[in-house]
Design a protein. Structure first.
Length: 160
């Protein structure tokens, strides 16, 4: 039986939005901003894929998950964390600790970063906490990175 899937995203600088768009294309489902998803739209969904950026260790979709905990009960949730940290250094279990429903699947997606394009607050944070990133611009978001997420969603195995 085909699952009803919704992809929702929260993105400041575009990487999570691009991943959400690629997923929606491949899964033939909508991709919408997580803040815009109304309870009635969520009601008919079996699988919710959330794609959000990680900023100072915090996942952009986390607060929405907490607020909507009752609406998410009984649904399959797939969390995609998008960030700059090299995959081998990422602690997915720690990220999953951010208010995700138990049993949610979690995946890491490499994101782009461009210091020059950051908003003032984010520039300030980077100046304070990550001086190594001053002036840095890297492009890491790539559709191919979604292979494990698609394999999981299409039932070919739960690679995390
Ligand atoms: C203020 C700030 C803090 C960040 N903190 C982290 C972090 O803790 N871990 C990480 O992997 N990436 C971090 N990043 C990089 C972003 O996660 C990365 O740029 C990602 O692509 C952002 O997603 P978006 O393009 O959907 O907004 C940070 C970026 C900014 C601007």
């Amino acid at each position: 039986m085909t699952k009803t899937i919704l992809v929702a995203y929260r993105s400041h600088y575009g990487s999570s939005r691009r991943y959400a768009g690629w997923l929606a294309e491949r899964l033939h489902c909508p991709a919408v901003e997580w803040d815009q998803v109304r309870p009635e739209a969520l009601a008919g969904v079996q699988t919710l894929v959330l794609v959000g950026g990680v900023y100072a260790g915090c996942w952009s979709c986390a607060s929405g998950v907490k607020k909507r905990a009752a609406q998410l009960a009984g649904k399959e949730v797939v969390a995609c964390f998008c960030g700059l940290t090299p995959r081998e250094e990422v602690d997915l279990n720690a990220l999953k600790g951010q208010d995700l429903p138990s049993g949610a699947a979690a995946f890491w997606l490499p994101g782009d970063f461009d210091f020059a394009a950051l908003g003032l607050v984010h520039k300030g944070l980077i100046r304070l906490a990550r001086r190594d990133l001053l002036g840095v611009a890297v492009r890491r978001a790539d559709e191919g990175e979604l292979a494990p997420v698609l394999a999981y969603l299409q039932g070919a195995g739960a690679q995390r």
